[in-house]
Ligand binder design. Sequence first.
Ligand code: IPE
Ligand code: MG
Length: 238
Amino acid sequence: MAEKVSSKKFNHLPNHVAIVPDGNGRWAERRGWPRLQGHRAGVENMHRMVQYLNEYPIKYLTLYSFSSENWGRPESEVSGLFELLLEVIDSYLQEIHEKNIRMCHIGRLESLPEELQKAITQAVTLTKNNTQLTLNIALNYGGRPEIVDAVRRLITDGIKPKDITEKTFSKYLYTAGLPDVDLLIRTGDETRLSNFLLWQTAYSEYHFTKVLWPDFRKKDLDRALLSYSRRKRRFGGL
Ligand code: IPE
Ligand code: MG
């Protein structure tokens, strides 16, 4: 098992890091390349990021790979992205499994291409008992659809209004069993949440950077972690 990076450098580290990896398109456009080249560099960087994160005592990483709103992009970009994601799962699943990483998925699986659905289900099943990092892929995910789906399931299960607490509600979200997000990182010079983990980021710390996702490296991650470790979280208390 990989030697863990000493956490001495940081006062405390987040347990759950969520990333909005933005800026793939601009990264490619600046080079005069097609946007899909940027997405390719982006998925390669996701692989790199998993290696980095796995060196820290951080237990959960959620990556926003495709949002419920990304369907609004040209069909060629959408299908190109799905092909890339399928390719990356095929290439790295064995390695992920060997590194004892557990893969999870959040989002609406049923509207994705069948092959991609199969690959995700297979990856989740294969790695379900792994105990190192939990790599949670948000694919066809939206925070609002997630809440709507939770309400539908609560009603289907006949849960009585008086029994609906924050705790029971959380169990109906896609993220059931995963802890709230401690640190949310967004690259690509945009300072918005874009329908990502609306419920789970209620008390998260945010880190925004101008760095475009394909260029985001370990030093940028360290910068985010250092900034997090210097903050005092009060959760509304004193
Ligand atoms: C993020 O990069 C990747 C996805 C949303 C899938 P973008 O594609 O949003 O890149 P920009 O914002 O156009 O540069
Ligand atoms: Mg973008």
